[in-house]
Structures are given as C-alpha cells and as structure tokens.
Design a protein around this ligand. Structure first.
Ligand SMILES: [Ca+2]
Ligand SMILES: [Ca+2]
Ligand SMILES: [Ca+2]
Length: 1015
C-alpha cells in the first residue's frame, strides 16, 4: 500500500509522509470486484450464519458449518483471537455430499475443500456464496447460505435457522444421475450429556412442504434405588497423595491444608482439613507465580461399580487444562473444569454406561496464566448424585435440532440413523426410516437425501434448512430464556415457519443484499461497512425470554451493554432501530437511570456513569427519535433525556461548557482536567438536547442548552486548541492521573463526528476540526505500526508489525510524552494509547469523509479491512477485548459519511450529499419504516435524483441535496411517475432544501424523481 520507506521515514516512528502507492490510492475509490477467497484463505473464515440474537454459528470458507455456539454455554473470549485467530472446528457432525454416476463412473464428494479442486467463497453479509468445481467431476455445485435478514424486520431476521440453497449443474456431455445428502448429528445435550445420562431420539416427519429430521433428547428412567453403600475413593485427608502419581510442581507433595492456603483464596469449602488445590500447593510468592506452576495427579486404576462419580471441584475454567478427567480403558471420556472460582462446587458424573469397566482419574493443571489452577476434594463413588441433577429438560443445551429438505418429493429419502460415520451410510439405501433412540455417549446421525438426474447443461436447486431451538439460556443476574421461544416451541416449528414463508423471507433477504451491492461505492467498502452488523448474530448479543436486548462488549467479555462502547456503533440504529430504542427505554432510561440523571454505563452491572457514555445516550436518543416514524418515542422519553442532560450540565458546574472534574470514559479510567474529546461530546449532546427540546416545545431548556453550548464552543477553541490539535489540559490537583495532554488523541473531535451522524449544525468549528483531523492523519496514521510498537510495547495487539492503522494517541509535541501521559496509573490503561482499535478508527474515518478528506478516510477504513483479510484472520470477527466487538459496528457510520445521509422520520426529511462520485452515485438507505436505493447524476445543466423504495413505506416532505460548489439552481421538478408534485426550494451555498406542498407516502416499489435545473 505504501513505501518504499527508509529508516529516516520512521525517525518519528510514524512517517509524516505516508508514501501511499498511487495504485493503492486508486483502489480505494475504484468500484473493484466482489471479494473471492480461495485456497489457504478459506481456513479462518467464519461468517455468522444464524439469526440475530439466536446464538453463534459460522459458515466456513469451504461451506462447512463451525463453532456451533447455539447451546447456551458461556464462552469467554479476550483479545487473543486477533493474534491467534480461531481455525474452523466443529463439536458435531454436519455436512452435505453428492454421490453421482456419470460416464459410467461413480464418485462421491463431500462439500468441503478436501473433496474439490476448486472451492471459492464470497461473503456478502448476510449471504455466503460457495462454489465447488473439479475437473474430474461433471457436476459443479453452488451453495448460497444465509439466515433470513431484512432491515427493519427484527423478528424475521432473528430466526434460529440457516438456509442452504444448492445449485447442481451438469457441465458434462452425458447425463449425470445421483443424490445430494445432508446429515446432522443429534447434538441435543451436547455438553450436559457428558455428566448425565439420557437418550437421544431422531424421527422423520414427512409433509408436503418439507421432510424434516427432528433431533431431540429425553431423560432415562432414574436408576433403581440401591442399598449399596458409597465408596470413598479419596477424601484427600492424608499428608501424601498415596497411590496417586504426581508430576510437575503445582500439586506439591500432598493435599494442601485449607488453613494454610493463601488467605485471598477465601473459604474454598473443602470437606475435612485437606484438599487438592494446585494454587495453594504451588511454589511461589505471588498469585502469578503460583498459577504459573503446572502438574498432574493420576489415580490408581479402579472398577466402575456405582452409578455416579461425585466430587467437589473449583479453580480455573480452562477446558482440558485445569480439569479433572475420567479415563475408561485409557481414553478420556469425561472432563470437568472449575468455574473460575476458588469455592468448590458439587459435581456428579453419571457413569452407568461404563459399569464394570476399568477407570482412572486425572487431575490436571497445564495452565500457566490467570486462573491456572484446579481444586478437587472428596471423590466418592455413589448410586446417587451428590445433589439432585434436576430435570434434563432444564439443562441449557436441552431442546431440539432439525434438518429439513424443502419442496419434498416422493422419492426423497430419510435415515434417522446412519450406521457409523461412513459417508456411504447417508445415501441410499435408506437404512432406518422409523424413529431411532440411542443412549448418550453413542453417536446418532440422521440424513436426508434428494435424488437428481441432469441432462447435459441442466441444473437443479435443492434447498435444505437447519433449525435449532435451545430455550434454556441462563446468564448470571439477567433474565432467562431466549426470545425466539416466544414465537416457537421447537426446531420443527421454526422450520415450519421458514418453509411456509420461504419465498418472502428469501426474496426479502436477497432484495436487501442486492440493494446494498447495487451501488457505486467500492465492493471492499460495502463489505467492510456492513459486515459488522453480523455482531448481532453472534454470542455477543442476546434477547432474553422477556424480549430484552442485551450485549457483552465482545463475546463473553465485559457485561452490561456498555454505553460508552455502544455509542460508537452506528449500524443497529439504522438497520434495526427498534433494538436501539429498546436499549434507550429499557436500559438507559430504565434500570440504569439514577435520580440525579446519571446513567450507569453497564446498567445493573456497575454503579458509575461515564462522560462519553452519558453524552452518547443523549445523542443516540436524537438518532432514535429520527429513526422513528413519529414523535412518540421522544415524547415518552423526553423527561429522562432532559434529566440525563442536566446531569452533564451539573458536571460542568460553572456553565463554561467544559467539564473539569473526574471524567470516567471508555478508556476505563477517570480522567481529570479539561479534555477536548469529552467536553466536545458534551457540547454535541447539548446541541442534540436543544434540538429535541425544541421538538417537544421545551423552549426554556432549549435556550439553556444553547447558551452553554455557545460558551463552550468559544472556550473549547480558546483553551484547548493548540496549533493543530485539540488537547487535554492537565488538572494540577491530579498530576498523577492518566492524561493525554498535548498528545494527538483519536477522539479529540468526536463531538463533531457525532453531530454529522445526526444532522446537527456544526458543533466544532470547521477550520480547527479540519486541522485536528489532518493531525490525526499526520501523526497517528502509520502504514506499519511495527516501529511505533517497538518503541512503545505496552498495549494489546490489534495491528501487527507490517500492518497499517490509526494509533489511539501519539505524542508529537515536545512538551508531553507517553511517560507523562501514563501518570501513576496501571500500564494496561496507558497501553491503550499505543493500540489501533477498529471502532475508534471508523469513527475518525467516517468523520473524515463528512469533512471531505476522502483519501484519508478511505485509507483508515481500508487499513482495518486489510488487517481482516482472510489470509490473516476471520474477516467477520473484528476483535477488541473480545470477539465480535460491538464498537466495530461504527463501520456503518463510515458508510453514512460516504453518502452524506441525513434522515428525520417524524419530520419526513431525507437528505444526501454523496462524498464519492457525486456526479454519478447510487447507494442503499434505510429509514424508520422502509428502505431502498438513492441515486444521483450530475450533468451540465441538470442534477437528477431518484429515490426508489424497495421495502416498507416512507413518508417524505423535505429533501435536501448538494450541487457542485458555485452552481446555482433555477428550478426543481419533482415527479412520482407521471404525476408532478408541487414543491418549493431554497439554496444556501451548495445545499438545496426542497419542501413538498404535501407529504408524500412512498410504498415498496414506488419511486420519486427530483431534477434540478442549473442556471
Ligand atoms: Ca478433604
Ligand atoms: Ca497452573
Ligand atoms: Ca465547567
């Protein structure tokens, strides 16, 4: 992309001249081609392919499904998957294959990269396209896979379902005859089946719309009451481990005395005096040193002669690394970890299926990092579980799974149980048509088969559907259940719904896809700015049984739908505005709002507000009002919005428009002094509050906001703008606090960025804002972060040496540096300055586009896009402190910047001022109740615009567009079909505002055309 560089270029660590390659610069704006991945690039691809808030299932680069986080297990992620991306793996058997006869030869191929010479993948969220071809096979196969997805239609986009449409084409010269089979392992109780007994059941239901393989599970009758006494295998009350063999240092020479364990471990709840605890018994004087020790205990052999092995377990939750294993005949058959807590929990393994066999227990600590320890006590063989197990039907992974073959045909085949896993077993002849049941521990795989016969050149489509229903979600301190269970009661009911509504759901999904990509913007840009909405279809996001929408910051990391992270994310409000309105009403103005107006940024999970999160809620309220069809949302919430604004005003104190006291923010510490970034957001929030106050007729409050805003605007520039950057003035009473000082901080003009997103008048002055953005480009954008990170190694890795990015904060002035900025706080907090965090980069990139800095804004976006090329990592998993990080949904804001889009539903106003190719521009847009496509063409004496609504409806009375600077328009004509609509216009510099005499309501498939005559 850039170079060549010499050492001198990196003297300042960030080259001032980016030396961008002219071809690369051209590629930023060129329409380009669809991104097609092949070969080694397929390995890391994981495109979310389930419904919104329905779990996390990936479509792999070769079309196989992986990850399968649909069973309500809580997976924790952190920053690691940036450096070490996940590779495809699946805990269950599922796939598709064809078997065919052509030219007298038979062949069989699974749909994966091992069985075809050429497999290619195109991921255009929400649709994944996989193509399979092989010179040795006359039939080629195309797969189109997706979960139904239509903007504005949350319910139909939230189905626990994936559609697979295969197109088989005979490219040979003779007839090709064969079968396409799909199979699914019954994985109900995938996890709970490891510790308890039960039975999996498969049956096939034939209907006219589909043939359905239903996978369920059931409890087995309880074990017969028994008088057999318990056998205490080991209570760990001796000073030595007796017959256990010991390796490593972590476990010491014998069970540790609870009373001698480090006091910070608390009362671990051991039975008796001693227990196994690889932290308590490990050498070392610190938590880290003790956790760093590893080791293993291996028990003597024993015969399994009771129904259960019961025990107490605590410590780390690292699967396979801090665990207790049961081995039968030398193979690990069961494994349990601690819960990332020292306190021991009772656990019971149902071992009836191995009765009479020889077992061995291992207690393992192979983890050297945090929670690198395991605790075990009181292993007892018993005919009763240690605590009653509760009904199987209440296990988190209990429910149903299903595979459907649509448009059922009389000769479709179904196997409820294919013997073994040989692919052959999935095809004809039908093996078992009647229901099958198998005990937990035995694999049960069913298949559905479609026959085909293709003449040369002929093709056929075969549609499968995968559905799941796992309603028993339980998360700590949160409402239970899955919202999809409010609409459905089984995987079959989901499949029925999709089958009955198939053409509407599929055509709606394709219509959105086609509308999005029928665009003059570059393919790469469309991919990147939209794909992060897929975060909704990952385990980052949830809807509980009561309908509440909730999210982590990233999968399993940092709870509470964090306000100061979410306010960067522009996608959800524009695509599914209902979900963002829920967050405002149920969370921010519901359980997070305090009597003084403060909004706790993690709702029930924390007890302080953040300045940026608080300002963000006010700005988001304006956005949610604008994305509403009427003013009801604002009316309902105005008292709370005003209160939240008053809290910020109180925080300002003296009304100078700058906040001076402690300011918690998204960089996870309290900042002090006058901070341009945070006060700028405060000013933007005042502007939003003023606008909303005027809308509801609260004139007094509008004047109050305006007065402080104007004072603040003057003070911000006078006090915090220095040459070319907005900065942070140090509070002399808090010299030890973290403080970016005169450093060039990434969010310094975010208030103005936000103002553009919601169509507010300028909050920050143009000249200084442009200077600040130019400084960010000059001092923080580097084509290679390597040299900078070599000098400043603190911080996490979201851009590796050799990769480009926009740094969070650099220190170009001689009067301030990293060491001073760091203060006396912890290194982890200061380390943020040295990172490249996608969500922040998008915020700046979108702003740059709005301000006309095209190359810079696109280059910043492209840098993130390139970091997530499939050759490096999963393009669909933008990582911050967890997978599928919410803040990355800021990328949609960059798209908004490129379109110069403004919308106000209640006022029926829509405006565009395209930043790229305004002479010929086309892009998708969404509004409160409809979406469609906007196009604009500039000619010598005219400028034409078309709005084509594709879905829903759209009320319009006011429109605005931009003409080339210096041009004046003479007249405006507005047409809906042949009907001319009466309209007036007003031009201010290059902006033209048009008002229709009457409100127009466009319905799907209707258009309106506007033409300017230029004088
Ligand atoms: Ca004990
Ligand atoms: Ca350890
Ligand atoms: Ca103040």
């Amino acid at each position: 992309m850039a170079g060549p560089f010499t050492r001198a270029d990196f003297e300042n660590l960030v080259p001032r001249d980016k030396k961008l390659n002219p071809d690369w610069v051209k590629s930023l704006t060129a329409r380009g081609q669809r991104t097609t991945y092949r070969g080694a690039d397929l390995a890391k691809i994981g495109m979310p392919i389930g419904g919104v808030c329905a779990g996390q299932l990936y479509l792999g680069g070769d079309g196989r499904l992986w990850h399968w986080d649909i069973f309500n297990q809580e997976f924790k992620t952190n920053q690691d998957h940036y450096v070490h991306p996940l590779r495809a793996s699946a805990p269950l058997e599922q796939g598709f294959a064809i078997r065919l006869k052509a030219g007298g030869k038979a062949q069989e191929r699974s749909m994966d990269s091992e069985h075809w010479q050429d497999v290619s993948f195109i991921g255009e969220y929400p649709i994944g396209y996989v193509a399979y071809a092989d010179a040795r096979c006359p039939v080629s196969v195309g797969l189109e896979a997706f979960s139904p997805f239509m903007p504005l239609n949350v319910d139909d986009s939230s189905l626990p379902a994936t559609v697979f449409e295969f197109t088989l084409k005979n490219n040979g010269v003779g007839e090709a005859e064969g079968e396409l089979a799909g199979w699914l392992e019954n994985a109900v109780c995938l996890y709970s089946s490891q510790r308890r007994n039960g039975q999996r059941r498969n049956r096939v239901i034939r209907g006219s719309e589909m043939i359905f393989l239903e996978c369920s599970a059931a409890e087995l009758p309880p074990a017969k009451p028994s008088e057999r006494p318990d056998i205490v295998f080991d209570d760990f009350e001796s000073e030595t481990y007796g017959g256990w063999s010991v390796t490593g240092k972590a476990f010491g020479s014998g069970p540790v005395e609870a009373a001698r364990m480090p006091s910070y471990q608390g009362d671990v709840g051991a039975r008796g005096k001693r227990l196994v605890n690889s932290h308590g018994s490990a050498p070392g004087n610190s938590v880290e040193e003790r956790d760093a020790a590893i080791g293993r205990l291996t028990s003597p052999l024993f015969t399994i002669e009771r129904n259960y092995i019961t025990f107490l377990i605590g410590g780390g939750a690292h699967e396979g690394k801090t665990c207790m294993n049961l081995l039968v005949d030398g193979t690990i058959v069961l494994s349990a970890t601690g819960p990332n807590a020292n306190r021991l929990q009772p656990m019971s393994w149902d071992v009836r299926r191995w009765m009479g066999k020889t077992g061995r227990i291992e207690i393992v600590d192979e983890e050297t990092g945090a929670w690198g320890n395991i605790g075990v006590d009181d292993i007892v063989f018993s005919d009763r579980p240690r605590v009653p197990l509760g009904p199987l039907a209440e296990e988190p992974d209990f429910g149903t799974l299903g595979l459907a073959l649509l448009d059922a045909k009389a000769d479709d085949l179904a196997n409820t149980s294919a013997n073994g896993l040989a692919r052959d077993a999935f095809f004809t002849p039908e093996v078992v048509a009647e229901p099958t049941a198998k005990s937990f521990g035995q694999k049960l795989v069913g298949s559905l088969v479609r026959k085909f016969k293709l003449a040369p050149g002929e093709s056929v489509q075969v549609r499968f559907l995968l559905t799941w229903f796992m309603p028993n979600l339980k998360m700590d301190r949160l409402p239970s259940g899955r919202f999809y269970a409010a609409h459905f009661d089984s995987a079959r009911a989901v499949a029925d719904y999709v089958a009955k509504n198939f053409s509407r759901l599929v055509s709606g999904t394709r219509l959105w896809h086609d509308t999005w990509y029928d665009c003059t913007l570059p393919y790469w840009f469309l991919d990147r700015t939209f794909l992060n909405i897929s975060t909704l279809a990952t385990a980052t996001c949830y809807r509980f049984g009561n309908g509440r929408f909730y999210s982590w910051e990233g999968v399993g990391c940092c709870e509470g739908t964090c306000g100061h992270v979410w306010h960067y994310a522009q996608a959800v409000a524009r695509v599914f505005p209902e979900l963002e309105r829920m967050l405002r009403e149920q969370v921010d103005f519901g359980l997070a709002l305090q009597p003084d107006g403060a909004i706790h940024f993690r709702a029930e999970f924390n007890n302080i507000p953040a300045i940026d999160g608080q300002a963000g809620v006010i700005l988001r309220s304006l956005r949610e009002h604008q994305m509403s069809p009427d003013a009801e949302f604002l009316k309902r919430n105005w008292p709370a919005i005003r209160k939240a604004t008053e809290w910020l005003i109180a925080k300002d104190g003296d009304g100078d428009g700058l906040i001076e006291s402690n300011q918690h923010n998204t960089l996870d510490t309290d900042w002090y002094g006058k901070v341009a970034w945070l006060s700028g957001l405060y000013l933007a929030a005042l502007s939003a509050a003023e606008t909303m106050a005027l809308d509801v007729g609260d004139r007094g409050f509008a004047v109050q906001c305006r007065t402080i805003l104007e004072t603040g605007q003057k003070n911000l520039v006078a006090q915090l703008f220095d040459n070319d950057c907005f900065m942070n003035k140090v509070d002399p009473h808090h010299l030890d606090a973290i403080n970016s000082g005169t450093g060039c901080e990434i969010d310094q003009v975010m208030g103005q960025s936000w103002a553009f997103q919601v169509g507010l008048p300028r909050v920050l002055p143009e000249r200084e804002t442009h200077a600040a953005l130019r400084s960010l480009w000059r001092y923080n954008f580097t084509p290679d972060v390597g040299p900078y990170r070599k000098a400043y190694p603190a911080g996490r890795w979201y851009a590796m040496p050799g990769e480009a990015g926009l740094l969070m904060c650099s220190f170009p002035s001689t009067d301030w540096d990293y060491a001073q900025a760091k203060g006396k706080g912890p290194e982890w907090a200061a380390g943020y300055f040295n990172e490249c965090m996608n969500g922040f980069e998008y915020q700046v990139a979108g702003h740059m586009l709005w301000e006309g800095m095209l190359t810079e804004g696109l280059a910043v976006t492209r840098a993130v896009h390139d970091r997530y090329h499939a050759s490096r990592r999963n393009p669909w998993n933008e990582v911050e402190c967890g997978d599928h990080y919410v803040r990355s949904m800021a990328s949609y804001g960059v798209f908004i910047g490129a379109c110069g889009y403004e919308y106000h539903g209640p006022k029926a106003r829509l405006a565009f001022s395209p930043r790229l190719t305004p002479e010929n521009f086309k892009a998708a847009f969404t509004t409160a109740a409809g979406w469609g496509s906007f196009a604009q063409q500039r000619r010598a004496v005219t400028q034409a615009h078309q709005l084509h609504l594709k879905y829903g409806s759209l009320r319009l009375q006011h429109l605005a567009f931009e003409v080339e600077p210096g041009k004046r328009i003479r007249s405006v004509s507005v047409h809906q079909g042949n009907r001319r609509l009466a309209a007036r216009f007003q031009q201010t510099s290059s902006k033209v505002e048009i008002s229709l005499d009457e409100t127009l309501v466009l319905q799907a498939n209707q258009s309106v055309e506007l033409e300017f005559e230029i004088g």
